[in-house]
Design a binder for this molecule. Structure first.
Ligand code: ATP
Length: 305
């Protein structure tokens, strides 16, 4: 998902960029991607985010002419809703994110934020409005505190600590020898996939963009990390419009809406309860994941709400 193969020397360049003045996770995200396929129209105005509503209207897209990847994709995310996207590998989930971030333009239909077609506004303002929690967050050989502060360099220590608490990292940090000043990365502590993603969530909470896109790590998480991720996601979704690519259905049971994708189409949408009632694609995925789940001592089995 959004994984790009890049030469190591380019990564070195990216790292130096990051160590420099920027400290802006979205800039890193855009640096890591292939060269932009779209350009601003001259004098494009800035996006005006009033509420944070997102509309995909009959969106069509292919990376090349020979194959359509998204067909007639329509859905709305209302302000401060949490919408989850689920579906098999290759269904087109991260392509939706790439279009929302405007790495590419749709070949048909439109994507609007608070009524503004994203092709008509500046890319800089679009990306400023969207926070990204990627699958593989990049951490630097610095303290946890500084890694979180990349979300907003002028944040106070108190704000950084609040973000750490809201990302459900406080208990973990307290156990570390130097607390928030513990170094992470190559020369410091190695964090698990779930812990790294919670650092990325803390960064995003500190930045507080009106729209948040979250690409859940596919790596296996222990049940504690998984619960931590679910809780920190709830924290994000409380105030921000949130779109989540979910691989574990435990992350989505409380979503306002779940979009089920298959071969570039939305084949079902609704709440967890509604989709279970329909007893179709989602219900089948849910039953499969319930069977796969290995019981962990002391853990309650997940129930449908
Ligand atoms: P996964 O869960 O495995 O990440 P996904 O649902 O996010 O899958 P996408 O990454 O959106 O799926 O990919 C949808 C389709 O588009 C796939 O068939 C993929 O091979 C193709 N695709 C993705 N990126 C590109 C690209 N840059 N150029 C050409 N085809 C691509």
């Amino acid at each position: 998902m959004m994984q790009i193969f890049i030469p190591l020397n380019f990564l070195g360049f990216v790292y130096r960029e990051m160590k420099g003045a920027l400290a802006n996770i979205e800039k890193m995200f855009s640096l890591l991607t292939v060269k932009p396929a779209v350009a601003d129209t001259p004098g494009a105005p800035s996006l005006q985010v009033r509420e944070g509503r997102i509309d995909f209207e009959a969106v069509q897209f292919g990376y090349n002419d020979s194959r359509e990847i998204l067909s007639q994709v329509s859905f709305s995310v209302l302000p401060r809703q949490k919408v989850a996207i689920v579906g098999a590998s290759g269904a087109g989930k991260s392509t939706l994110f790439k279009l929302l971030f405007r790495f590419y333009d749709a070949s048909g239909g439109a994507i609007r934020i608070d009524g503004q077609d994203i092709r008509s506004i500046s890319q800089e303002s679009l990306r400023r409005a969207i926070g990204v929690v990627p699958q593989d967050a990049v951490l630097f050989n610095q303290s946890i505190r500084e890694n979180v502060r990349y979300g907003r360099v002028d944040a106070t220590d108190e704000e950084v600590m609040a973000a750490i608490r809201h990302a459900q990292l406080a208990d973990f940090v307290e156990q570390l020898p130097q607390g928030v000043d513990t170094l992470v990365g190559e020369r410091g502590l190695k964090l698990s996939g779930g812990e790294k993603q919670r650092v990325a969530i803390a960064r995003a909470l500190l930045k507080k963009p009106p729209i948040m896109i979250f690409d859940e790590a596919t790596s296996s998480l222990d049940s504690r990390s998984e619960r931590g991720i679910v809780a920190s996601l709830q924290e994000i979704a409380r105030e921000q419009t949130t779109l989540v690519i979910a691989h574990r259905l435990s992350t989505v049971v409380d979503a306002d809406k779940i979009l089920v994708m298959d071969q570039g189409r939305i084949v079902e949408q609704g709440s967890h309860g509604q989709l279970l009632e329909q007893d179709s694609h989602y219900a089948m995925l849910w039953r499969m994941q319930q069977q796969e789940r290995t019981p962990v001592m002391g853990e309650e089995s997940p129930e449908a709400p």
